[in-house]
Design a protein around this ligand. Structure first.
Ligand code: NZQ
Ligand code: ZN
Length: 389
């Protein structure tokens, strides 16, 4: 482990069936004015809205609602919410939903008292908040992003077609507490469930495919990946398999709460390619990652060959005997591809609405990261998108 790091994660987690019983005690620690944030209505259908509002009422909270936070939450929606949260004098922002709702709540938390335009400040100049940050808490209903225990917040600007994530440095942006009840994810449509499973897996890959040193973070990453692979298969067969769904919920949290990035540079290039697709098409986040991953990993494989061999052997159980390193590495990606197809993931960007004529536009909005095995040039980006069609 050669890198230096600081690790602090202040989010308190309440995990397991019935974990909502802890909400009241936590709410008691905050002021009266709560802003309740949720999505397009799934929580009203599955009873989670009723469960949460009953506790808010019991604790005597004055609640303002921001409903209709869409997947890939937009800047326009953020501006709308800022007015509501300001007028209400928010003491706590309670997000009830998936990554979109949780990300939105964090963007709101740093914008309510911000005197500048939050898009320019946080998503263009990537500055840290200099204003008071409103505390955020989360009741999670969709598994994948890790937003329940991190300081990431992804916002989409529909006007410029940019989807940009800011991982805030301040721990104050992380949820103060998150309620993680795996049974809350049972009502997710299959498409969202498997998109979330791939999102988890790719978060781990993004932090795994970098560096040459012997690093504890990589061993943890391999264990998490093996758990996601197994639980993904089980949940795909039986979405009400509590054991599988709870494992997925837990691995998602650990996949992106900064633990496995400790002491490492990280890649994140699949996310940059996927976010470009998401910004232009508004497609589901996990599917955008699935659709570009294999073309990207096959492209960078020669530059990180040793790690791809290790991935094949330790994560996918490929037997290296009688194979060259390159054959072993490629067999690992072939095993990953079979798993992705078994889950029913979207395997190309055409299915998400991308046409060949859009590839240059996609390359224009793709941010290039340099923590992985190869910093991509523009031609390579266009090529990877072309291979992903
Ligand atoms: O809006 P509702 O009606 O609630 O429906 C949602 C939404 O349509 C539905 N859903 C959620 N829980 C449900 C449910 N439907 C039935 N039953 C339930 N229990 O699922 C749909 C997708 O929800 P969403 O929150 O958009 O999904 P996800 O959790 O994948 O979040 C995606 C967003 O998070 C960002 C993505 O870019 C995207 O904007 N990310 C955030 C990250 C972070 N904070 O660190 C990292 C990730 O890489 C990602 O970029
Ligand atoms: Zn992701």
């Amino acid at each position: 482990m050669l890198g230096n790091f600081t690790y602090c994660n202040p989010t308190k987690l309440y995990f397991g069936e019935g974990a909502i019983k802890n909400l009241g005690g936590e709410l008691a620690k905050y002021g009266k004015n709560v802003v309740l944030v949720y999505g397009g209505g799934s929580i009203k259908k599955n009873g989670i809205y009723d469960a949460v509002t009953a506790v808010l009422k019991e604790r005597g909270k004055d609640v303002a609602e921001i409903a209709g936070v869409m997947p890939n939450p937009t800047l326009a929606k953020l501006y709308e919410g800022m007015e509501i949260a300001r007028a209400h004098g928010a003491d706590l922002i309670l997000a009830v939903g998936g990554g979109s709702v949780c990300d939105y709540a964090k963007a709101l938390a740093v914008s309510v008292h911000c005197e500048e335009d939050p898009w320019q400040k946080y998503y263009v100049r990537f500055e840290e908040p200099s204003c008071k940050i409103v505390p955020v808490a989360c009741v999670l209903t969709m598994v994948g992003t890790g937003s329940e225990m991190n300081a990431g917040s992804v916002i989409t600007n529909r006007e410029t077609k940019q989807k940009i994530g800011h991982v805030f440095a301040s721990e104050e942006v992380m949820p103060r507490f998150s309620v993680l009840d795996p049974t809350y994810t049972f009502t997710l449509p299959h498409y969202q469930m498997v998109a979330g499973i791939y999102d988890i897996f790719n978060h781990i890959c993004e932090q795994y495919f970098s560096g040459e040193d012997d690093n504890t973070s990589d061993y943890i990453a391999e264990g998490l990946m093996r758990s996601v692979i197994r639980s993904g298969i089980d949940a795909n067969k039986d979405p009400r398999d509590y054991e599988a769904r709870s494992n997925l919920m837990w691995t998602a949290t650990w996949a992106l709460n900064t633990l496995i990035a400790c002491g490492k540079a990280t890649d994140w290039m699949v996310h940059m390619l996927g976010q470009a697709v998401g910004g232009v098409t508004d497609a589901t986040h996990g599917m955008t990652l699935a659709a570009v991953s294999l073309a990207y990993y096959r492209h960078i494989l020669p530059y990180g060959l040793k790690k791809f061999v290790r991935f094949a052997v330790n994560v996918w159980g490929v037997d290296p005997a009688g194979r060259t390193d390159e054959e072993t590495a490629r067999e690992g990606l072939a095993a990953m591809e079979r798993w992705m197809k078994e889950l029913g993931l979207v395997m190309n960007i055409s299915e998400l609405g991308v046409k060949e004529s859009m590839l240059e536009e996609l390359a224009d909005v793709t941010l290039v990261m340099n923590g992985g095995y190869k910093a991509l040039g523009r031609e390579e980006i266009v090529e990877i998108f072309r291979e992903s069609l």
